[in-house]
Design a protein around this ligand. Sequence first.
Ligand code: ADP
Ligand code: MG
Length: 313
Amino acid sequence: MITLRCENLIKSFNHTMVVNGISFSLEKGEIFGLLGPNGAGKSTTISMLSCQIRPTSGQIFISGDDIQENEKVIKGKIGVVPQEIALYDGLNAYENLHFFGSLYSMSKPRLTQKVKEVLERVGLTERAKEPVRNYSGGMKRRLNIAASILHDPEVLFMDEPTVGIDPQSRNHIYELIRQMSNEGMTILYTTHYMEEVNLLCDRAAIMDSGRILVMDSIKQLVSQVYDGLLSFELEGDQDRFDTVLQKLRNLSDIAEADLDKQVVTMLVKDSKNALKKILDCLEEHQCKMVQLNILPPTLETLFLKLTGKKLRE
Ligand SMILES: Nc1ncnc2c1ncn2[C@@H]1O[C@H](COP(=O)(O)OP(=O)(O)O)[C@@H](O)[C@H]1O
Ligand SMILES: [Mg+2]
């Protein structure tokens, strides 16, 4: 069952398109990763999907309803964990949660029950009476998540929720996300850490400069880079380089090969077999390789192949 669907979403600020025609659908209960470097347009996408800013154009449906026509109803069905922590430092966890909960028009007994429940879920029950200013970054993050799930949202938007926190809090957050997904919550998770997407997500979209470059299951995405990306500098008679490139392209263990100045970059299907064949081919044409670099088959490698740049540049 599809919980969220967006079609051809566009957002411009001052005539600059920062989200440039993206479309996707999320299945109920899935953890969907939106992976991309800083400035890709991830937060802007979340702001549109969660009724915080209006798209310049495009449509968004949550549980079948157009969000622009049913904003009030939709807001009760979604939760947002913003990229910047939004809590009152001087208040303790109980007080913060009661404040945020009061925005959801829940009855007092229900809110009291939910506050207790979410504090337990994020592991802050024992520290709940301390002011938030005493909390570590990870604890603040967990409380921010608690505030976003008080009203049992159907869809949860999490915007880079683990940046700059301790490993213990991070693992707690991962575990919580898995639990919520198992209970049927649909989660859209943005990050620029490909490891997180690998660890957590069922499917992911890689986003850069406002566009979705690829979208698939993690397994399918990673398989697009076969056995990894291999690059080296070619040394020898430059007149032979084009012939060498053609020969390399014809090797059965090579999926793609390109030459830029002296640097050969290739996608290999089987790196063990390929390396020997590449060396034989170079020797045959009196060329040599220097500075061999092998990148394993990961989402990072896929991003590099698609954009020519690293995720964290
Ligand atoms: N309110 C705004 N006004 C103008 N430009 C903005 C605004 N919000 C975001 N941008 C720009 O849009 C681009 C995408 O930003 P953002 O969605 O925050 O990316 P990400 O979350 O992937 O890092 C950036 O270049 C950013 O500077
Ligand atoms: Mg962002």
